[in-house]
Design a binder for this molecule. Structure first.
Ligand code: PRX
Length: 660
């Protein structure tokens, strides 16, 4: 991937932002950015108070801008202020010309379009909010949403926000078992799902999955079911209700009172993988999160009122939360929501949708770009992409070859690409270029957003010299950062995960280096988390799925470089002794992981091994497993293996690995 002519050309090259984009951008020069950045870090409270005034409606102003300490840790922004996310995303636009602007343009899998103005969205959200109340949902209750990319998903989020319920969206590609774990962890009272999802022409049986999860979820009293596919599904009397019947019921008003929320009241929980076995329920609160997603949205995509913005991410991930729904709607944008996949019904689908809706900003993941690149340059050429002004990427470092293709073939060499680095925990972009002024270096996320104070540290806490890799930490709180994880009032998990390795700092889990021009280059995760198609997967999570299969005694999972996905999943498995091993054991195990977590966690390779390379104290030497997974077969390259309890196992594993 790295040694094509294009990628070698891209190495060390800098691309100036084109003048036609710069001339209309909010920020046109380095000096403008520097001045704003300087103020944001020298007077954070003054800076953020001004922004909070500009971007958000306040029912009551805050008492303090910021309370924080990174020991517990505890972070509060705009405490004592009262506001509401749904009010900010909808109601306040209704008294402006935006009332009749498209808030959401929905493009279905089969190519149908629906459009909702802010006014129409208001009625839909209010009606659903009233349905939630009718079913006993109150401020602070948890609602799990398990929906495909249909407008009702955004409506459900905003309806929860309107009445102060906390939503937790479970990506519709997760399995029943994964959903069950999340429902149980947050103690959800209601779930909102659909009969079936439709993606790439294929049916996803969501209600059936939900039913099997709900067997073991006694806290759930109500299940609302959207009829997406007009499928006949089992409906349990007293528990299951059709969404369309409920919202049309005569007693449901199209207005619904706002629940004014403290800035620090929870908005949502989103589960994400970490280096421990169980996914964590990352908790985001009201005002700071909304402010941060709105501001990053406006500046980093240079969104102007007449633009159509399209983020291809599923709302089941944080990117969809912040840049399909909350950030765009908060600033009154038109956000395109896409139900389908890039290659259905043909590999030009993305470009067709851009032409159809006149998309101005297009935001996707490197993995999608690599997959589309494979089908050649003719597909994008068939469509009119002339409305595009900003391209964006997110999820993993973009390799120079994919960057150059995106720049030349999609952007015709005249559209900036913003490389946005951030995480579920950070609420919005941490490090990114901005379209109007930042000279781009392919593969570098460039500079910090306002208020972000990154530091790259050696393990001994000292700062790394120029161009030398280290651990990326953030020194000071920002409004969009996580406040905790669900169910951990003491914040012990957050402390141990993010604030203990480098005391007094938030540790991202990523490696980075800063070059001679101050550009940040992300180097990938330094913990046991792998990045599969821009999605985070904890190796421990896949391992525990594997060992829950009765044939498996032990498992070790590592990532390996993958052409399309960025990283693939490689599992080494020791089977239990004495069990009869079926012929298709690998596919049984892969199927089991799929059932436990979902298709994204399915290992690309499973290798049955007699033993794992362990030190005498029993620690698995993952470095060796990673090398073998990456295709290393030369025994001399494994370094010192004499500390292993049984060094001969390395050769056995190498011999059993797939031939290259
Ligand atoms: O390793 C970084 C990588 O994705 C991780 C966060 O994953 P998640 O919480 O699922 O959120 C993904 C979308 C925000 C990070 O720790 N990552 C994300 N964006 C980039 C990136 N790595 C390099 N460059 C990026 N632009």
């Amino acid at each position: 991937m790295a040694d094509s002519i294009e990628s070698m050309q891209a190495e060390g090259m800098t691309f100036e932002p084109p003048a036609w984009v710069r001339d209309n951008a909010y920020l046109k020069t380095r000096e403008e950015y520097d001045a704003m950045y300087k103020r944001s870090v020298e007077d954070p409270e003054g800076f953020w108070a001004e922004q909070a005034d500009e971007y958000l409606f306040w029912h009551k102003k805050w008492d303090t801008v910021l309370n924080w300490e990174f020991d517990t840790p505890k972070v509060e922004w705009f405490k004592g202020g009262l506001t509401n996310v749904a009010y900010n995303c909808i109601d306040r636009h209704l008294t402006t010309w935006r009332r009749n602007k498209a808030a959401i343009i929905w493009e279905s899998d089969e190519g149908r379009t629906k459009m909702y103005t802010y006014q129409a969205l208001y009625y839909k959200v209010c009606k659903l909010a009233n349905v939630l109340k009718k079913h006993g949902i109150k401020k602070g209750d948890r609602v799990v949403i398990y929906l495909p990319m249909i407008p009702e998903l955004a409506v459900a989020m905003l309806a929860c926000a309107r009445i102060g319920a906390i939503h937790s969206i479970v990506f519709a590609g997760f399995s029943a078992a994964a959903m069950r774990d999340r429902i149980q962890d947050c103690g959800a009272k209601m779930i909102i799902t659909a009969d079936e999802g439709i993606r790439g022409g294929r049916v996803v049986p969501l209600k059936a999955e939900a039913d099997s999860a709900l067997y073991e979820c006694p806290t759930v009293e109500t299940c609302l079911v959207v009829s997406r596919a007009r499928a006949r599904v089992d409906m349990e009397p007293g528990r299951d209700f059709w969404y369309h019947e409920e919202v049309r019921s005569a007693d449901i008003s199209r207005h619904c009172e706002i629940e004014w929320m403290d800035s620090e009241d929870p908005l949502f929980i989103l589960y994400t993988s970490g280096s421990t076995g169980k996914p964590k329920g990352v908790l985001h609160t009201t005002a700071g999160y909304l402010l941060y997603s709105a501001m990053t949205f406006k500046y980093d995509f240079d969104y102007h009122d007449e633009d159509v913005f399209w983020c291809t991410a599923d709302i089941g991930w944080v990117t969809g939360h912040s840049y399909v729904v909350y950030g765009p709607l908060c600033v009154g944008a038109t956000s395109l929501m896409f139900e389908g996949v890039p290659n259905y019904p043909h590999p030009g689908r993305f470009w067709e949708v851009i032409e159809k809706h006149g998309v101005n900003q297009f935001y996707t993941a490197p993995t999608a770009i690599r997959a589309i690149m494979k089908s050649g340059d003719d597909w994008p050429k068939k469509f009119d992409l002339s409305t595009l002004r900003v391209l964006g990427t997110v999820g993993e470092p973009i390799n120079p070859e994919a960057w150059m293709w995106y720049f030349n073939v999609i952007g015709k060499g005249k559209i900036p690409i913003v490389d946005t680095y951030w995480q579920t925990e950070t609420g919005g972009h941490l490090i990114t270029n901005q379209p109007g002024w930042t000279p781009m270096k392919p593969g570098s996320a460039t500079f910090p957003f306002f208020g972000i104070r990154p530091v790259v540290l050696n393990e001994d806490q000292s700062e790394t010299p120029v161009n030398s890799g280290g651990r990326l930490c953030i020194d000071f709180p920002w409004p969009g950062m996580l406040r905790g994880t669900w169910g951990d009032a003491e914040n012990t998990l957050v402390k141990n995960t993010y604030f203990s390795q480098f005391p007094g700092k938030y540790f991202t889990g990523d490696g980075a280096r800063v070059d001679q021009d101050g550009y940040y280059w992300l180097l990938g995760r330094v913990d046991d988390v792998i990045n599969v198609s821009g999605h985070r997967m904890g190796t421990a999570e896949v391992e525990s799925a594997l060992v829950s299969q009765p044939l498996v005694a032990e498992a070790a999972v590592v990532g390996f470089p993958h052409d399309i996905k960025g990283e693939g999943i490689y599992a080494y498995v020791i089977l239990k002794s004495g069990v009869e091993v079926p012929k298709s054991v690998e596919s049984i195990l892969a199927g089991h992981v799929r059932e436990q977590i979902g298709p994204i966690a399915k290992p690309d390779h499973i290798q049955i091994v007699p033993e794992l390379p362990k030190t005498r104290s029993g620690k698995i030497m993952r470095r060796i497993l990673r090398k073998i997974a990456a295709g290393e077969r030369d025994m001399d390259t494994f370094g010192d293996i004499t500390t292993l309890a049984d060094p001969s196992i390395v050769k056995v594993i190498v011999d059993g690995a797939p031939k290259l």
